[in-house]
Unconditional design. Sequence first.
Length: 276
Amino acid sequence: MVHVMVDEHADLEGWRTIDELAHASGVTVRNIRAYQSRGLLPPPEVRARTGYYGPGHAARLELIKDLQDEGVKLDTIKKLLDTTGGSTEQVVQFIRTVRELFAPETRQMVHLAELAQRYESTDTGLAKRGVKMGLLREVGEDTYEEISPRLMTAAAELTGLGIPINRSLDVVEQVRKHADAVAKLYVDLFLGEIWQPFDASGRPDDQWPRVYETIERLRRISGEVMIAVLELAVAERVDVTFGRDIVRNVRTSSAGPTSGPDAADPAAGPGVPDPA
């Protein structure tokens, strides 16, 4: 591993050895070294053969912990950090701010018995499916954290309409797949048009407020676009589906009986009785 050498007389205020960092962060020395080996944590600065970790390391470590607590895998965290060139406290704070903007819901705890009552289901696999879909996170025996209370509430309202919870989850699962593709479009748009030019210019301090403002506006615009596109698509789908059914019903009703003793012989013409 490559270490950065620093002046032995440099001010080390706020810098810690790996043992001190482990104690302060609650992350084991073993895991800190594992993060370094995987490229998640920058190498320490070295003074007199001792590695020291500064505020940037501590901030990065805190972010890794937060993301892991939310169920984000280490490989995904690394891609996130690599994409933004996350090597400073400011970039770490930027990533945290972006996630907070797009995940503003306040999570809440729920017990398994409450889920069963809420969704009128005795299916023991309901919670497991919720965890697999990223809607729930298991935090203890029969205790879960709702990642998106709004989605969970929507599922409960569908249940109140008489729709089985598993069917509702099927719909949510499909919508989520489509949403992932839409999210990628917006993230790619931001990275290509906003972040990369900002990064290439050296991330000037006076431009950070504009970047944050752009993210906030993009969040609002993307939400409005999603609602507008969904309403348009549903309206068109309703027109097509109901129009098809109406045409089918008209054809069926105008065709008349096609069999039985009272059915007319098409060859005989209208009003002509069958020959005896």
